[in-house]
Design a protein around this ligand. Structure first.
Ligand code: HGY
Ligand code: MN
Ligand code: MN
Ligand code: MN
Length: 416
């Protein structure tokens, strides 16, 4: 087998653009919005499945829409090697987050097919049903459920902004079957490897085409609801106010201070969503909801900061005589990449003479949960300026090609 798998880079870039056009974003591509279980999500999956069928892969879906496209191996009794990622996208996102691993994974398989490779183990390409937390507040619901980290009851508790629960919405999207059939047993896969843009600046700054992930940061999400008095903006004097928005603003600046004071350069805190009720110019806010996304490579440090934030926000609520309802939506441990996958990716990059660095992932991915049921690793490619979750997110054809070549050889090694 000649070293370089023949990557059809132009075809891949064309497919990425075709997928980017399937979007609910009011701005044109490359801005993308694609929320789980919407008509747009369905059309994107349909497009993906049509490409998999054209590549001769056998496609199946589980009860919540995780989609598996299988290239059979010479020994079907062996656990398969899997790759994949997600096609859902947060509002006003870019077109490479997740899709690089889905369509790049497909192109890696097609390149191996072109090369006449006949893998001993089957290779399965997985489109995980929803990696972004946008609709149900929790990320990776597809891979979490596959890994047993979300039970059927947990899924039934998840609701979207309209109050629709996950189970109802997934059935309306056409996915039937029992929720308990989604969880996989450890050993279901021989290995899992995900190709993804770095979503950070390190590879570009180091002028390296490949990153090999050694660990994935531990993400936690909290929701805070502050309830005050509200009232007339003219009639209520300052000393007697119990203003929910000023209390929330005080908490948010305190959260930032605690993040800086944590002493860990890897700790990141983000308040990304804030709702104000009633949201009228002349009415004192009576209820405010905001979310917190808190991460660190060191799970203990993240949890210590979570504790400090919990204490500080309660204290501010007391001082301001507002009530605070805080709840943790998820607080996941970090994942460590498996040496089996890390060494296969390392050998692939070296065989291709592609320089690389080993690194941690500050973004979370479906790999965070696949690591609970299979030896897992990730391959990163640089994205311009490290930008992601923005319409100007960009990965060059050269970066995509190097990533797909490395993925293809990694898969071939793991499946031999
Ligand atoms: O937020 C994340 O890390 C992922 O991109 N959803
Ligand atoms: Mn993302
Ligand atoms: Mn992603
Ligand atoms: Mn991710």
């Amino acid at each position: 087998m000649s070293v370089r798998p023949p990557i059809a880079t132009e075809q891949l870039v064309g497919e990425l653009h075709a997928l980017a056009a399937i979007s609910d974003c009011p701005e044109p591509p490359p801005a993308v919005t694609r929320i789980v279980f919407t008509e747009t999500d369905r059309r994107a999956r349909e497009y993906f499945i049509s490409l998999c069928n054209a590549a001769g892969l056998v496609v199946r879906c589980d009860a919540i829409g995780n989609t598996f496209a299988r290239w059979e191996g010479t020994d079907p009794t062996l656990p398969a090697v899997a790759t994949g990622s997600h096609t859902d996208a947060i509002p006003h996102a870019g077109m490479y987050d997740g899709t690089t691993g889905v369509l790049g994974g497909l192109e890696a398989i097609r390149a191996l097919q072109r090369q006449g490779v006949t893998p001993r183990r089957a290779i399965e390409l997985i489109l995980f049903t929803s990696e972004e937390p946008t609709r149900f507040g929790v990320g990776c619901t597809g891979s979490r459920t596959m890994a047993g980290a979300l039970s059927p009851d947990d899924l039934r508790q998840l609701t979207d902004e309209a109050g629709h629960d996950y189970d109802t919405v997934r059935q309306q999207a056409g996915y039937k079957g029992s929720l308990s059939s989604v969880a996989l047993q450890p050993g279901a896969y021989h290995a899992f490897v995900e190709l993804h843009i770095e979503q950070g600046p390190l590879l570009e700054a180091a002028e390296l085409p490949i990153g090999i992930v050694t660990a994935i940061a531990a993400p936690a999400t909290m929701e805070f609801v502050i309830t005050g008095e509200g009232g007339h903006a003219g009639g209520v004097l300052m000393p007697v106010r119990r203003d929910a928005l000023v209390a929330a603003a005080t908490m948010i600046t305190r959260i930032e201070e605690l993040a800086f004071q944590s002493g860990s350069p890897d700790l990141v805190a983000t308040v990304g969503a804030l709702d104000v009720h009633p949201g009228a110019v002349n009415s004192i806010p009576s209820r405010v909801r905001f979310t917190l996304d808190l991460r660190d490579i060191d799970g203990k440090n993240r949890d210590a900061t979570l504790g400090a934030i919990d204490r500080a926000t309660r204290q501010i609520a007391d001082q301001r005589s507002v009530t605070l309802a805080a709840r943790t939506l998820n607080a996941d441990p970090p994942a460590i990449a498996d040496p089996l996958v890390v060494s296969a990716a390392r050998e692939a990059a070296e065989q291709l003479a592609l320089p690389y660095q080993e690194m941690v992932s500050r973004a979370y991915h479906d790999s965070l949960f696949m690591a609970r049921i299979a030896p897992t690793g990730m391959i990163f490619i640089p994205c311009r300026g490290g930008v992601s979750h923005r319409p100007d997110e960009y990965a060059s054809p050269e970066a995509l090609q190097a990533g797909v070549e490395t993925l293809a050889l990694t898969l071939a090694r793991l499946a031999e």
